[in-house]
Design a protein around this ligand. Sequence first.
Ligand SMILES: Cc1ncc(COP(=O)(O)O)c(C=O)c1O
Length: 379
Amino acid sequence: MHTPDFGRTRPLAPSIHPSAVYCVPDLDVLDAIYVGGEPGFIYARDGHPNARSLAMELAKAEAAAWGIVTASGMGAISGPLLSLVSQGERIVASNSLYGKTTKLLAQEMSRFGVVSQFVDTNDLAAVRLALDTPSRILLVETVSNPLCRIADLTALAELAHARNCLLFVDNTFASPYLCRPLVMGADLVMESLTKMIGGHSDVTLGFVGGSNAAHATPVGAGISTWGLAANPFDCWLAERGLATLDLRMPAATANAIAIADWLVTQPGIVRVVYPGRHDHPDHELAKRILPNGSGNMLCFELAGGRDAVNHFMHHATEVPFCPSLGHHRTTCSHPDTTSHRYEPKEEKRKLGITPGLVRLSVGCEPLAEIQREMGKGLG
Ligand SMILES: Cc1ncc(COP(=O)(O)O)c(C=O)c1O
């Protein structure tokens, strides 16, 4: 196999490097790469050019000192937890996280002797009380899934740091376009690249980065050893998605504001949940934490419960029901039966996750198109 000779030209688009392993000339070069920081790659699970390139772009977007790409968003949560938290240590977490994250803490990390306490992280007094018991990590979502509660990242960072605890932020619903948690005091930030950053629902990938360079080595080693590394083609696609994030997010946000205001006027709607609206409990906080706008995620509740949701899905078929978010076109999901399917029913109802609740990931298509399609499913 010959490396192509580009002469005095160069490809405009990034290349894909699918190699699982790299040829090293001798043991001295191998040692220089492993211990001397000489550039180069050895084994793709430990690092490859497409992961490196994407991680560097994302670290820049997040103002991070280091960044690592993982095989999924969940890998970007479990990787740092498995690397930085030890048996007997505690995690304090928001009580309104993505369902799988709650499961990771309550059912997986607990098997390794890591106890998690779930609190309402919008209640700073409750957080302070929980952190009075020494804790390694405070874990929150900038914008919570699905009800878009906003975390006061600056206040939470202050509370955590006063007790020698790290603030770890899942920024998936916001994306670095809306919020840069590390700039607000967080120590670790993660994104599910499967969502807004990928933007086209064709990659499953995650990113974790941080402000303290000392965390890069243990987290990187943990991600490699637990086998959470990302594959080159997905990294290549996500880098392409990232290139248009700053164009897609404002367009989708403008649509979301209009859709939220329009939905309250539609028949059969009990409530609309969007941080950009005055009636959202965290509307004022959202202005500070999300300076570029309230984003593209919103929820609405249908009076007719599950039957009305099915009616909506059968009629508004161009707003497809697909349990993800961040696609460039509008999609919907149903938290009660998907993202929060395995959460205890009483907990879900207490949080406001009801059978009639639909989560909307608003896209960039013309507003009238979204309204026309959604209108078919309402009333
Ligand atoms: C807020 C949030 N965090 C993390 C994840 C996990 O990401 P992934 O599906 O890429 O593992 C999701 C997935 O829906 C999510 O909504």
